[in-house]
Structure formats: structure tokens, C-alpha cells
Design a protein around this ligand. Sequence first.
Ligand code: NAP
Length: 309
Amino acid sequence: MGARLLDGLAVAATIRESVMPRVQAFTARAGRPPGLGIVLVGDNPASELYVSSKVKAGGESGLRVDLQRLPATATLDELLRLVDALNRSDQHDGILVQDPLPEAMGKGASQRVFDAIDPAKDVDGFHPINVGKLVQQRAHLVACTPSGVIEMLDRSGIAIEGRRAVVIGRSDIVGKPMAMLLLHRSATVTICHSKTRDLAALAAEADILVAALGRPGFVTRTFVKPGATVIDVGINRVTDEALARSLLAGSPRLAVFERRRSIVVGDVHPEVAEIAGALTPVPGGVGPLTIAMLLKNTVTAAEARKSGK
Ligand code: NAP
């Protein structure tokens, strides 16, 4: 077990502390706290869990967080009307619509909703205007998970400039913005995906390897250069007993699986801890950073709206 574990909970706590004085200053100046509107459609258990963590963290940091729920039977038009009301609300500086939306809303529904959110309130950083600004390196609202990863690297003293970075995954919400942020910090970046050939060999060239593919334990030791920093973005719920046993062998978390018959694991196989130089655990790695960056983005959006930027 050689790898240094990068403690996402500790880094997230530091980020949240650094946001506190900004929340207090905004509240004193505006006569109200920064406001975040979260919309949850349906009752997906994973989304319920993510949303309740966001509501709790926001409240603890002095934000006003309003959770607005729509039933799983809601139409896309109803959701768009709610987004429109939040866009026009003076009390809400940030808007987050929890993904995924119910399949019944139709293909492309998430994109239509992200497109409808006022870019100035787009604390997820998914609006095409904010994505475009990210590409041009002038965004002030950037997707929370990849910007949290950069904070984690910086605050853990891991250099980015000049290093080889490989990102596995090219989604709009993680892989692409992650690659762009690493590029802006002058890493030499390779983006991999399901059609990439010789994936393990490419990944093993990385000084910084980001796994964001959503495949439990996929990244094994053959993907990792000895001493590399490995960032595990994956959040995968495993209910298959054989898989859980192989991924959790020797870990106290196996007892948790046996009790609950379900457990969350990352995209990185535990054996990588023997070869990596630094590694983010799952849970307790990237997840808490995503929430901390959401709070930070909400305060940034509130300050910018107040100052008319
Ligand atoms: P996604 O939209 O499903 O994208 C997955 C990406 O991985 C795609 O680009 C896909 O390639 C690639 N991929 C899938 N299988 C692959 C394989 N066998 N070899 C190489 N590439 C492969 O997922 P996402 O939304 O980016 O999320 C990725 C993971 O991060 C999930 O586990 C998700 O739950 C987790 N996540 C965590 C946080 C957090 O806060 N920690 C936040 C967001 C997401 P193609 O494009 O070719 O299909």
C-alpha cells in the first residue's frame, strides 16, 4: 500500500472554510444570503442522496438552499417553466437541476434544461456559454467535479505544469472540462474513451491519470505508471456479490457490503494503491470536492450578480 491517499473531505472542508467570509460579506451587503435553487425531478435514490448532501452542505455554509421537487411524471415544459421562474427570481443566484432526468422526459431533455438556465446562475457550468468561456480560459463558473479535482491537486502540492495527463472519459460534465482545465494549467493532455486503442499503455504514460468512465474497478495496475497521481472520479453502485468480493477483498468495507448488499466503488481497482504515488479514495475523494465547488460557484455567481458583472 504505497500510495498517499488524497483526502477529499479535508480539502473540501478547507474550500468551504475559505468560502465562509465571502458568504458573510455578501449577506451583510445584500441583506440576504447567497441563494441556490435545486430542482429534483422524480425519486431516483442516488439523486436523492446527492441532493440532500448539497442541501445540507449549503445550509452549513450559510447559503439559502431551496429544494424544489417535481414528480417523476412532470413534463419537460413544467420543468422549463420552473427553471424560468428561478431565472427571474431575485433571491436565487444559482440554479442546479439534478441529472439524470426521468427517461420519460425524452432524449436531449437534460441539454434543453441546461441550455435554459441563465448562464449567470449556471453553477454547474453546463450552459454552452460557460462551456465556451471555459475553452477560452475566461469562465468564472466551471463544472464542479473537474474544478474540484484541480483544487485537490493544487492543495495537495501536486504539480500540473509540464506533466503528462491522461483523462479516461469524454463526457461534457467531467471528461472534457477536466481535460480543458489540465490543458490550461499547461499539462500535456490525452483524452481517452471507449474507442481508444491500447488504453492501458496510453494511461501508463500519465503522471496524472484521471479515471472518469463509470466502470467499477476498471483501472488496474497495468494502467498506472509507478508513482503517478491517480484521480478516481467514478461513483459506481455495486450489487453483484462476486464483483464486490473481488474489489473489496481484505477491506473492512466488505462487511458493509454484506450488511447492505450494495456498496459504492470507484473506477480504480484497489490494487492501484500499491503502485500509484497518490490516489483519491472512493468514497471520500472527489465527491466532497464537487459539493464544495458548487457552494463556491454559488457565492461567485451571487457576487457577480450583485456587482452587475
Ligand atoms: P458518462 O457520461 O457515462 O461518460 C463515460 C465516459 O467514459 C464516456 O466518454 C465513455 O466513452 C468512457 N468509457 C466508458 N467505458 C469505457 C471503457 N471501457 N474504456 C474507455 N472509456 C470508456 O459518465 P460521466 O457522467 O462522465 O461520469 C463518469 C463517472 O464519474 C461515473 O461513475 C459518475 O458516477 C462519476 N461522477 C462522479 C462525480 C463526483 O462528484 N465524484 C461527478 C460526476 C460523475 P464514449 O464517449 O466513447 O462512450
